[in-house]
Design a protein around this ligand. Structure first.
Ligand code: XLS
Ligand code: NI
Ligand code: NI
Length: 435
């Protein structure tokens, strides 16, 4: 045991009336929601990078946090791993997620970096079997080191492609060894700063090949988890190729991967792409590629991807509505890709941030379940599209009517469509009943 969280107790469910800031008012792991335990619906994960690697810097100032595990050697990395498992224990989060670069210092060679990664994974393995905490997903950081500044798989230099492939292999091996339930690829540098120095078609082919290599390797080693791509339109690159869910789906189809790869959808990235979070989830669900979620929120005034802990119940409720309608998160989970504000420097702030996020999600989930169980909303939607159940409508949809045949019917039957209210205000008020 480190003494980092000295004096702080395990966060417990105390119910909605509790005024204890270090208790859950809504997250009650064993509570049944639509026939399933709340913990099994939400599948919470702590993101190693935000909670343990990020130091509180911003473009105008450096580190504000003071943590005993900051340092560039293995001793510090090991302490960080110990404290990480202490946090998971205090919160009762069943999962965590990490990049290689979050957990080990970079080595002086590829081989040394991999050795260090495996040494930390040994600690993870022990702590995981002692505590029951599981790995939601692993991933490679292919964006921080300067070797990746012009891209990882999309780099003009094939040596960087090879180095990236090797790094992904090492991370897939570790994820597999730790029983990870997914493997994530987020392409922060897969894109460009200026088209003037960029051959876009060439770069797409490189990225498509890399993802195929990942899928081939997954099958080769018998990894049963889901391969996930995480869309984001920009930041750090000016233009990122995995812009949003729809762009990713087109990419997956072009490279024959739409049945092999799903998406990890993040709130802040959806907003950055000019969508709502639920838009991205609904799009992915409609196309069978909804995999997992990165939960956070942006600063809605600045427009930046600020990775706040979520605090908006209606936004979260609509997200879980689409997730429940998709049959749940399956191998995915709710990963808090969220960080403290840089003034939140106390150890207990790490707990308070996650309590905020976990309670917001629990309330959102319960609201979504209540909305579904009430049935009014789904009945409204069914009724709005009920006309499509008719024989002629079905014939049109199934491709059994040509354009001129449809035109002939409109003329013959004197079809004059009657506009109907979309009832937006009614629906918004209906949703508020449950949030
Ligand atoms: C950055 C991404 C990153 C991924 C994992 O914006 O959200 O944290 O989730 O590489
Ligand atoms: Ni992000
Ligand atoms: Ni993310």
């Amino acid at each position: 045991m480190s003494d980092f969280f000295n004096g702080l107790n395990k966060v417990r469910y105390e119910g909605p009336a509790s005024t204890n800031p270090l208790a859950f008012r809504h997250y009650n792991p064993d509570e049944m929601v639509m026939g399933k335990r709340m913990e099994d619906h939400l599948r919470f994960a702590v993101a190693y990078w935000h909670s343990f690697a990020w130091e509180g810097g911003d473009p105008f100032g450096g580190r504000t946090f003071d943590r005993p595990w900051y340092g560039d050697d293995m001793a510090h990395a090991k302490l960080k791993a110990e404290v990480a498992f202490e946090l998971f224990g205090l919160l009762g989060t069943p999962y965590f997620c990490f990049h290689d670069a979050d957990v080990r210092p970079e080595g002086s060679s590829y081989a040394e970096s991999v050795r260090r990664l495996n040494e930390i994974a040994d600690i993870f393995e022990t702590r995981m079997s002692e505590t029951g905490v599981k790995l939601l997903w692993g991933t490679a950081n292919l964006f921080s080191n300067r070797r990746f500044m012009a891209g990882a798989s999309t780099n003009p230099d094939p040596d960087v492609f090879a180095y990236s492939a090797a790094t992904i292999k090492a991370n897939m091996d570790v994820t597999h060894r730790l029983g990870g339930e997914n493997y994530v690829l987020w392409g922060g540098r897969e894109g460009y700063e200026t088209l003037l120095n960029t051959n876009m078609g060439q770069e797409f082919d490189q990225m498509g090949r890399m993802l195929n290599l990942v899928v081939e390797y997954k099958h080769k080693i018998g990894f049963k988890g889901t391969i996930l791509v995480e869309p984001k339109p920009q930041e750090p690159s000016k233009h990122q190729y995995d812009f949003d869910a729809a762009t990713c789906y087109a990419f997956l189809q072009k490279y024959g991967l739409e049945n092999e790869v799903k998406l990890n959808i993040e709130v802040g990235h959806a907003i950055l792409a000019g969508h709502t979070f639920e838009h991205e989830l609904a799009y992915a669900a409609a196309n069978g590629i909804l995999g997992s979620i990165d939960m956070n929120r942006n600063d809605y005034q600045s427009g930046w991807d600020t990775d706040h802990f979520p605090n908006l119940v209606p936004e979260v409720a609509l997200a879980y509505y689409h997730i429940l309608r998709n049959g749940g998160l399956h191998t995915g989970g709710t990963n808090f890709d969220a960080k403290l504000r840089r003034q939140s420097i106390d150890p207990e702030d790490l707990l308070l941030g996650h309590v905020l996020g976990m309670d917001t999600c629990a309330r959102g989930l319960k609201a979504a379940a209540a909305l579904i169980e009430d049935g009014t909303y789904d009945a409204f939607l069914d009724k709005r599209y009920a006309g499509w159940k008719g024989a002629e409508a079905q014939a049109m949809l199934k491709g059994e009517r040509a354009l001129d045949e449809i035109a002939a019917r409109v003329e013959r039957d004197h079809i004059e469509p009657t506009p109907r209210s979309g009832k937006q205000e009614y629906l918004e008020n209906l949703i508020n009943r449950f949030c």
